[in-house]
Design a protein. Structure first.
Length: 357
C-alpha cells in the first residue's frame, strides 16, 4: 500500500547530503514545518559540505548527524541504525537522496568521484533501502536529480518528464545512471521511488564555485567575473527554497514511480544574469572577462513544471529580482562564512581551473 501523507509526516527520514546546499535547505524546512518528523543526516562532509548550514538543528532531539559516504555500504548501514534508534522502530520511513558530486567543471577534470557518488552511491542506497521496503518500514525513496539529464533543449521546447535522456558531461551522465537504477528498481521490485529533476538553483549558503555565488563573491572582492564563451547560454533559475518545497511536496503527495520537474520559470542568458549581478554590486561591464568556453557546454536548459503544479499543488514563490537581491545581501552579511570556505582545497581547484583556461 502506498504511504499516506500523514504517515510520512510522522516518520523518520534519512536525508543524505544534508550538509549540502539543497539538502540543508530541505532539512531546515522539514524541521521547522513538521513537528513530528525525525531526521537523520548522512553526509560525508566532502569539500562542498558545510555543517554551518544545519547549525539550527544541532541539539534537537529529532535530529541526528552521521558522517559517512553513500557509496560505502557500511556507512549506509550505520545511518539505517541511527534511524532505527531515533524512531524507536525498524528504520527510516523515507529516504531522500541529495548526496551528489554536482559541479560540471570538476567532472570534466575527473569523472570518477561523480560515478562513485551519483551512480554507485545510488545503487548502494537502493540495495540497502530494498531490505527496509521488504520489512514494510521504508515507504518512500526520493532521488533528487537534475534537468541536465535532458541535455541541450532547443527553443521553444521546454523539457517534460517523458522526454528522452541525452546527457553531455560526466556529471550529467553519472546522474542519469543513478536515475536509471532507481527506475529499474521501480520496475523490477515495485520499489516505492520518485525522481525529481530540477533546474539551476541559487540562494543563501550556495557554494562559491557555481556561477551566481562565484560571481557575487568575486565582485565583492573587486575581481572580474569569468563568463564562459559568448555568455549566451540559457539557464532556468530557481530559488533553493522553492526547490526544497517542491521536493517536500513530491515526497508527501507524489505517486510512486513518477518523475516531477521543478523550475523557476526564469529563463535567462548568462550575460544578462551577469549584468544583474554587476548592477547589484554597483560594478560596470569592465568587470566581465570572457574566458574559454566549457567543453561540451549545453546551450540551453528549460523545464516544464506543469505536472508538479497540477499534481502536487506546488508553485514557485520567488522572482529572480527578489531572489538575487536576497542572495546578494546574504553573501554581504556572511563574509565570514565565505572566508571559511575559501580553504586550501578551494584555492587549489581554482588554480587548476585557471591554468587550464
Ligand atoms: O541545471 C541544474 C544544474 O545546475 C545542476 O544539476 C548542477 O549540479 C549545477 O552545477 C548546475 O549546472 P550548471 O553547469 O548549469 O551551473 P554553473 O553554475 O556551473 O553554470 C551556470 C552557467 O554559467 C553555465 O552556462 C556555465 C556558466 N558559467 C559558470 C561558471 C562557474 C560561467 O560562464 N562562468 C563560470 O565561472
Amino acid at each position: 500500500m502506498a504511504a499516506t501523507e500523514q504517515e510520512l509526516a510522522r516518520g523518520t527520514w534519512l536525508v543524505t547530503g544534508g550538509c549540502g546546499f539543497i539538502g540543508s535547505e530541505f532539512l531546515r524546512q522539514a524541521h521547522r514545518a513538521l513537528p513530528d518528523v525525525r531526521l537523520v543526516n548522512l553526509d560525508s562532509l566532502s569539500y562542498a559540505a558545510s555543517p554551518d548550514r544545519v547549525a539550527e538543528l544541532e541539539g534537537s532531539p529529532r535530529y541526528r548527524f552521521v558522517k559517512g559516504d553513500i557509496s560505502r555500504p557500511a556507512d549506509v548501514d550505520a545511518a539505517m541504525t541511527a534511524c532505527a534508534q531515533l524512531s524507536g522502530a525498524g528504520g527510516p520511513t523515507a529516504l531522500i537522496n541529495f548526496a551528489a558530486e554536482s559541479h560540471v567543471d570538476r567532472s570534466l577534470f575527473t569523472g570518477m568521484p561523480f560515478v562513485m557518488a551519483n551512480t554507485l552511491g545510488v545503487q548502494v542506497l537502493l540495495e540497502a533501502g530494498r531490505k527496509f521496503v521488504e520489512k514494510g518500514v521504508l515507504k518512500r525513496f526520493l532521488q533528487v536529480s537534475t534537468d541536465e539529464v535532458y541535455g541541450d533543449v532547443h527553443e521553444p521546447h521546454r523539457s517534460v518528464e517523458t522526454d528522452p535522456i541525452h546527457t553531455s558531461s560526466p556529471y550529467s551522465a553519472s546522474k542519469a545512471g543513478g536515475e536509471l537504477l532507481v527506475q529499474a528498481f521501480v520496475r523490477s521490485f515495485k520499489f516505492p521511488a520518485i525522481v525529481t529533476r530540477c533546474s539551476n538553483n541559487y540562494g543563501p549558503w550556495h557554494w562559491p564555485e557555481k556561477m551566481i555565488p562565484l560571481f557575487i563573491m568575486r565582485l565583492l572582492q573587486g575581481k572580474k567575473v569569468p563568463v564562459y564563451g559568448d555568455g549566451m547560454q540559457k539557464r532556468d533559475w530557481i530559488h533553493v527554497e522553492d526547490h526544497a518545497a517542491g521536493i517536500m511536496a513530491a515526497l508527501l503527495r507524489g505517486q510512486d514511480g513518477e518523475i516531477y520537474n521543478f523550475d523557476g520559470e526564469i529563463e535567462i542568458d548568462n550575460l544578462s544574469l551577469t549584468r544583474k549581478l554587476l548592477s547589484l554590486a554597483q560594478r560596470d561591464e569592465s568587470f566581465i572577462e570572457y574566458v574559454k568556453d566549457r567543453p561540451g557546454h549545453d546551450r540551453r536548459y528549460a523545464l516544464d513544471s506543469a505536472k508538479a503544479q497540477r499534481e502536487l499543488g506546488w508553485r514557485q514563490k520567488w522572482t529572480l529580482e527578489a531572489g538575487l537581491r536576497q542572495t546578494f545581501d546574504w553573501f554581504v552579511a556572511h563574509k565570514s562564512w565565505l572566508d571559511k570556505v575559501l580553504n586550501e582545497e578551494y584555492q587549489s581547484y581554482y588554480k587548476q581551473q585557471y591554468e587550464v583556461r
